[in-house]
Design a protein around this ligand. Structure first.
Ligand SMILES: *Cc1c(COP(=O)(O)O)cnc(C)c1O
Length: 418
């Protein structure tokens, strides 16, 4: 059972000030989850989570995570600027970009961020851009091939295709980059890889860690370079579907610890820090898109038209992603109706749910679309002249705080030349 963190009464009250649709985040859930992550990796003294800003680029959220000890992972100029304005600096910032423009490396360096190089040719590019290389540099590794995990029997199977991904360096390039960087003055190194997305499995991080730990041991032996951190990146998933079971972050931390003790400690790498760059895991379950049913339509199927659309949450339209829906106030009612819940874009893919059993929905019913805290608002766009919604925070004491106002038509017109 998925339970929303907002009640009908709360939603009705909020609507009086902030009309639907809006994204709302749950401070308590975010903090408790961040603490559980930090506890799961407390065995590693240098552990730090760098929240992937692209998942939820909202200062109110970034500051809250900073209070829980998190840094930020940026991948563009404006994300770096936002991190700076939120008070992050130096080793609180990871810059994991690709196809990176020179000005972005410049700003990252000025902020003292850890720069994560996506390619061997970026060594030269970085040196030419900065006139030097930083003391610490991270390199992104792509082992190629196909990454598999699990056999599908337990309800999960992870398969991703690093060999087809545009990111990272090959294994020989990784050693070459380290050697070149050291010749240019780098003293400490990080290794990063991102091999599978949204893994609802406790085995992904430990499996990835084993690959990176062994790579660290081998590259250290080959090059003599000193590895100071391993960045496990993102990819720990969340159960979007009610029948899926959530990942267990303490089991994940324990699995990584075992790999660390087997591979790193005996090879004199027992002082290497573990970093993560989680986005989805940190925020997705702690956000709802709240929307009001506006129309019901009875043709070949039953449609419920809501005031949100794919421009507020594109995952269902683009990936066919499942997002659970609760009709607020009907949490325990039988799901004895079958609906397509649709937005108003002139695109037939603008459907939040297809053939979804739900309780009876009337115009005026308020719906909570679940797990929209990451890659939700942030992937929004203005197609069909749709305006971005507000973002709100449900404080631990029940207060509602505005994190971002809704766009107005004037915002939409602001960049136009008439
Ligand atoms: C998107 C991204 C992440 C976060 O991924 P999640 O699946 O949201 O955890 C982390 N690192 C990099 C480099 C990314 O591009």
């Amino acid at each position: 059972m998925k339970k929303p963190f907002l009640t009908l009464a709360q939603a009705q009250e909020i609507k009086r000030t902030y009309p639907t649709p809006f994204h709302i985040y749950d401070e308590r859930g975010i903090r408790e989850n961040a603490r559980a992550l930090n506890a799961a990796f407390a065995w590693n003294p240098g552990f730090k989570e760098y929240f992937a800003v692209k998942a939820t680029p909202t200062p109110g959220i970034l500051k809250l995570l900073r209070e829980e000890g998190c840094g930020v992972d940026c991948s563009s100029l404006t994300e770096l600027m936002m991190a700076q304005r939120c008070g992050f600096s130096g080793s609180e910032i990871m810059f994991s970009s690709n196809e990176t423009p020179a000005e972005e490396f410049e700003l990252a360096h000025r902020l003292g961020a850890y720069i994560n190089l996506d390619d061997l040719t970026h060594v030269e590019f970085l040196r030419n851009t900065l006139g030097c290389v930083p003391d610490t540099v991270c390199c992104r590794f792509n082992p190629g091939g196909v990454f598999t995990l699990g056999d599908g029997k337990e309800g999960f199977q992870v398969m991703d295709n690093p060999g087809q991904a545009k990111y990272g360096m090959t294994r020989p390039q990784l050693a070459q980059a380290f050697t070149q960087l050291r010749e240019l003055g780098a003293k400490r190194f990080g290794i990063h890889a991102f091999l599978a997305s949204n893994t609802v499995s406790n085995d992904y991080y430990p499996a990835l860690a084993r690959i990176l730990f062994q790579t660290a041991v081998d590259v250290t032996q080959e090059t003599g370079c000193r590895v100071s951190f391993i960045n496990l990146s993102g990819g720990v998933g969340v159960p979007y579907r009610p029948e899926q079971s959530p990942t267990d972050i303490s089991a994940i931390g324990e699995g990584v610890r075992r790999a660390y003790e087997e591979i790193m400690v005996p090879n004199h790498l027992g002082d290497v820090s573990i970093f993560t760059e989680l986005g989805r895991f940190m925020l997705a379950p702690f956000g709802h898109l709240i929307t009001t049913a506006v129309h019901e339509k009875h043709i070949y199927k039953e449609y419920i038209g809501v005031d949100a659309c794919a421009a507020n949450l594109m995952r269902p339209a683009v990936y066919g992603a499942y997002h659970h829906i609760t009709v607020l106030g009907q949490e325990d009612a039988p799901c004895d109706h079958v609906y397509d819940v649709v937005g108003s874009l002139c695109e037939n893919c603008d459907k939040f749910a297809i053939d979804r059993p739900l309780p009876k929905i009337e115009p005026g019913s308020i719906l909570a679309i679940h797990d929209t805290g990451a890659h939700g608002f942030s992937m929004g766009y203005n197609y069909n002249g749709k305006l971005r919604s507000s973002e709100l925070l449900l404080r631990e004491d029940g207060r509602i705080e505005l994190l971002r106002r809704a766009e107005t038509p004037e915002d939409y017109f602001a960049t136009l030349v008439w």
